[in-house]
Write a protein that binds this ligand. Structure first.
Ligand code: AMP
Length: 291
């Protein structure tokens, strides 16, 4: 695995971005490049994206960067888990070709001032409580798309709203790449895998389990024939531990994320939630498949 970082390229007088561009230029023209953007602290969810990219592409590039632009004041930018050595080991094991470790100063040098304005889609759900979040996500993702010029970019449906917004950006800006949506990966007991789970103490982890229980209950209601979003939501919320601070639980349209009252059986929906548990903000969702 080729590792590209500012510290690794400093001696050669090039930046890590130039090093990636150089790597790209040296590849045979018909090589398909798969990009997997992450904030590191890799788990099976990330690895599922990498394996999919490995199966579908000639070259797999993994990026690790805890992107300050997507954290608001008082959020967990500094305490976000960082496990670079383990991540490199995992990347080697799954057969990544290039790991790029982003550098704050290189990506956002003094004087950096461009911002991205996003559609309505980005104001809903997580956008309501984290107003700058998706603009920050799209900023780094767009930079990565320009730096890596991938043929395919892999995103997990764990971050369903993020994936939908990135697809919208790719369409709107005529970006020449395919966004590949990968399924959400859970622990055997149902908890959605997240880098932030390491911050859950045992009691909080128990409480966090009720988030996936609520979503499973929603799906069960949907499967058994209910189509009222309100009723599905009410039933789901009964599962939640009293210790969970719910930010939102919404049943929304799969494409534009607008809140639904009645679910069209032909279209299905997605149930999304965000909550703080033991001081850790978690998100999760479940597909209510067309029936
Ligand atoms: P992050 O490092 O949390 O920014 O996530 C990087 C990528 O991995 C994003 O596309 C996420 O949606 C994806 N991802 C994170 N957790 C999971 C999971 N449990 N299942 C599937 N994909 C995930």
């Amino acid at each position: 695995v080729k590792i590209v970082s500012t510290s690794a390229t400093a001696d050669t007088g090039t930046t890590s971005i130039e090093a990636v561009r150089h790597w790209h230029r040296e590849l045979p023209g018909d090589h398909r490049i798969g990009l997997v953007p992450t904030m590191g602290a890799l788990h099976e969810g990330h690895l599922s994206l990498i394996r999919r990219a490995r199966a579908e592409c000639d070259q797999v590039a993994l990026t690790i960067f805890v992107n300050p632009a997507q954290f608001g004041p008082g959020e967990d930018l500094e305490s976000y888990p960082r496990t670079v050595e383990q991540d490199l080991e995992a990347a080697r094991e799954v057969g990544v070709d290039l790991v790029w470790i982003g550098d704050r100063q290189e990506l956002y040098p003094d004087g950096f001032s461009t911002h991205i304005e996003l559609p309505q889609l980005a104001q809903r759900l997580c956008g309501a409580s984290r107003p700058h979040f998706f603009a920050g996500v799209c900023l780094i993702v767009l930079k990565l798309f320009h730096i890596f010029a991938p043929d395919r970019a892999y995103f997990g449906d764990k971050d369903y709203q993020q994936r939908v917004i990135i697809e919208c950006m790719v369409r709107d800006l005529d970006l020449d790449l395919e966004v590949v949506a990968c399924p959400l990966i859970r622990e055997p007991d149902g908890l959605a895998l997240s880098s932030r789970n390491v911050h859950l103490d045992p009691a909080a982890r128990e409480q966090a389990l009720t988030l996936s229980s609520a979503l499973f209950a929603a799906e069960q209601q949907w499967r058994s024939g209910l189509d009222s979003a309100q009723k599905i939501r009410d039933r789901a919320l009964m599962e939640l531990s009293g210790e969970v601070e719910l930010d939102y639980f919404e049943v929304v349209d799969r494409n534009d994320l607008s809140a639904l009252e009645v679910i069209d059986p032909k279209l299905g929906a997605v149930a999304c939630l965000a909550a703080t548990v033991g001081g850790v903000r978690l998100i999760d969702n479940i597909q209510l498949e067309p029936r």
